[in-house]
Design a protein. Sequence first.
Length: 115
Amino acid sequence: VQLVESGGGLVQPGGSLRLSCAASGFTFSTWAMSWYRQAPGKERELVAAISSSGGRTDYADSMKGRFTISRDNRKNTVYLQMNSLKPEDTAVYYCGARISSNWYWGQGTQVTVSS
């Protein structure tokens, strides 16, 4: 299993970023996917999750209305569109897949929201 995130960077408050996670080594269309984040000194927390078909999505309360998770099963890729970014969104964002009770993670991509 390999998960490779991209798209992070430095953005001003109120700005937008789109993260991507390219997956390989498993049948992508069979499994739900998630985005998590971890800020310095804090525990990793769920950002959003999407079902295998993309028909169901779930978000942490603080992300609802600002973030959108989506997936393209033809490209084995899951996305996270982040709008109206706030300084408190600064964190390393990880793509995750729970496959047969095992969690797999990418290397993470840094998102920094600062003026």
